[in-house]
Design a binder for this molecule. Structure first.
Ligand code: NDP
Length: 279
């Protein structure tokens, strides 16, 4: 029997990237899925990809919603319960970085931008978790949050607010895990490194600029030791593992990194001191 048979999952941010790949992985393994995002056209693309993968239309609930609005969050939970009658898995994947229109970076960016960043990457996760909690308690369900290697412990000075939001998300995941495991709900967190998705496009970064950065990373063993960009499925399979009680039930409140080795290198390690010493 497929591992997510009789399970119902909400995957936020499934109109693109990591969320879309995760929805397809879970649905192919038997889950009924609520897919969601603000962009109706891209959400329809996800629905079409699910249908093309052999998923029955009856097992797909597509909801156009903004998770930073309480209406959007309520619609997500209520329509899932209405259509499928239960909720077993919540994947809090939606997230975004924002450019300051004035071009400044770091803590010179406006507090409005800070609020916007915190709203989508942190506050909406807390509020969706609160809304989902009674349903997940009934099914003894599982939550997987999608954070980032930007959460630290290294500083990310130019991407300050986003990395702060993700650091708080890591700690929220640990705190919620301890509180909710008492009620049979498991919480874990995934921290991706560089993955080729719509993330940069959503920040209005042109493809040419994005490709310049990716090409640099690919050529630089200190940035991306594995020398290949992550694919959305690389993260989706890890999310699916953490959502699957039959294989990961002893993992509680962990932040698990999938980054092609990026975080193993620190600034001192990126210089060849052995070569310097021996020359
Ligand atoms: P994408 O931009 O491809 O996907 C982001 C998804 O989030 C989209 O489906 C988007 O839908 C949705 N979303 C964004 N804002 C909102 C909102 N206000 N309401 C509802 N949905 C929203 O990026 P990724 O797949 O890369 O991002 C997924 C997660 O992975 C994020 O949390 C991101 O921070 C994290 N991550 C990504 C990394 C990468 O290198 N790609 C690295 C580390 C972490 P729509 O536009 O339709 O609203």
């Amino acid at each position: 029997m497929p591992r997510f048979s009789n399970k119902v999952a909400i995957i936020t941010g499934s109109s693109n990237g990591i969320g879309r790949a995760t929805a397809i992985i879970l649905a192919k393994d038997g889950a009924k899925v609520t897919i969601t995002g603000r962009n109706a056209e891209r959400l329809e693309e996800t629905r079409q990809q699910l249908l093309a993968a052999g998923i029955s239309a009856d097992n797909i609930n597509a909801v156009v919603a903004d998770i930073t609005s309480s209406d959007g969050r309520n619609q997500l939970i209520n329509s899932t319960i209405q259509k499928f009658g239960q909720l077993d898995i919540l994947i809090n994947n939606a997230g975004a970085g924002f450019n300051d229109p004035t071009g400044v970076t770091g803590i010179r960016q406006s507090i409005e931008l800070f609020d916007k960043t915190i709203n989508v990457n942190l506050k909406s996760v807390i509020e969706l978790t609160q809304l989902a909690r009674p349903y997940l308690e009934k099914t003894q369900g599982d939550i997987v949050n999608v954070s980032s290697i930007a959460s630290g412990p290294q500083a990310h000075a130019s991407f300050s607010y986003y990395s702060m939001a993700k650091a708080a998300l890591d700690q929220f995941s640990r705190n919620a895990a301890i509180e909710l495991i008492e009620h049979g709900i498991r919480v874990n967190c995934v921290n991706p490194g560089a993955v080729d998705t719509g993330f940069m496009g959503a920040m209005d970064i042109p493809d040419a600029a994005k490709n310049k950065v990716y090409d640099f990373m690919l050529a630089d063993k200190h940035s991306l030791p594995v020398r290949k960009m992550g694919k959305p499925e690389d993260i989706g399979h890890l999310i699916a593992f953490l959502a699957d009680k039959t294989v990961s039930s002893y993992i509680i409140g962990q932040t698990i990194t999938a980054d092609g080795g990026t975080t193993l290198i620190n600034a001192m390690n990126s210089h060849d001191f052995v070569e310097m010493l021996l020359k």
